[in-house]
Design a protein around this ligand. Structure first.
Ligand SMILES: [Zn+2]
Length: 271
């Protein structure tokens, strides 16, 4: 497959034919990432590829055919997956150094997301990456032994070389309201195209354990770029049923179905 940078250029070129003014006006602001709601860092970033959705003629099974820039969606190392019998491994746990801070939340038409201020980092396999943004999918995209959770949050981190590490957090429901998640849940009530600033305690959004499933996959939205380092934390975070309902009221079917492993190894760290 083409490199991620080639792919990003292809995506811009594909968009230029349809939105010349828009593409050229926004090209200077685009980061060196394939455009995707999975990597979007500002509310005014415009997607340059074909529109896509989670059902019907523009649904996941057709993504690879909607735009040449989305060809990777049909490749062999895609995300999400069903995690079954992962191999126990002594690999070091991720070191997640997130801090509290002010975030910008917005509704991008595919999910609700919050953009991180600089300075939040994660160290995985000796590589340091900086948190770009967090968003959610409902229900979860990954399944564990076939079990799907009510929702899954993705914390998207980028290394200096442009590679991505996504920390996934499974969300389940319980009796207690989760105060740390409350500012994000309020952001979920934003209408499409609107933004909101709020303080967010990033580390409090995560479970206490750093035990994680690890494998190499992709973005879960077009252009489905591969080479993404996945760190799916095994311990779910619990939010209240009312909080889950608020997330689902914003988006309740923004999840890509699971895809085959095709020989990839999935490990689970000991702690
Ligand atoms: Zn995602």
């Amino acid at each position: 497959m083409p490199s991620r940078r080639t792919l990003a250029l292809t995506a811009v070129a594909a968009g230029a034919s349809a939105f010349i003014g828009l593409a050229s006006a926004s090209a200077a602001r685009l980061p060196a990432l394939p455009f995707s709601p999975e990597t979007q860092t500002a509310p005014d970033q415009h997607g340059s590829g074909a529109s896509w959705s989670y059902s019907g003629a523009t649904g996941p099974e057709y993504w690879s055919t909607l735009d040449p820039a989305y060809a990777a969606c049909a490749d062999a190392s895609q995300t999400p997956i069903n995690v079954v019998s992962p191999t126990p491994h002594s690999k070091a746990a991720p070191v997640i150094s997130y801090q509290g801070g002010k975030v910008t939340g917005f509704n991008n038409g595919h999910t609700i997301q919050v953009t991180s201020a600089p300075g939040n980092t994660v160290m995985v396999n000796g590589t340091k990456s900086t948190l770009l943004q967090m968003h959610f999918h409902a229900p979860s995209e990954h399944t564990i032994n076939g079990r799907r959770y009510p929702a899954e949050a993705h914390f998207v981190n980028e290394a200096a070389d442009g590679s991505l590490t996504v920390v996934g957090v499974l969300l389940s429901t319980g009796r207690q309201r989760n105060a740390a998640w409350a500012p994000f849940v309020r952001t979920a009530q934003l209408p499409e195209g609107t933004t909101r600033s709020a303080p967010l305690n990033w580390p409090a959004l995560l479970p206490s354990s750093r035990r994680s499933y690890r494998y190499s996959g992709s973005l879960t939205t077009p252009p489905c770029t591969e080479g993404v380092n996945w760190v799916l934390l095994t311990q779910p975070v619990t939010i209240s049923a009312a909080q889950m309902k608020a997330l689902e009221a914003a988006y309740d079917h923004n999840s890509r179905p699971v895809l085959p492993l095709n020989g990839r190894q999935v490990i689970v760290t000991k702690k």
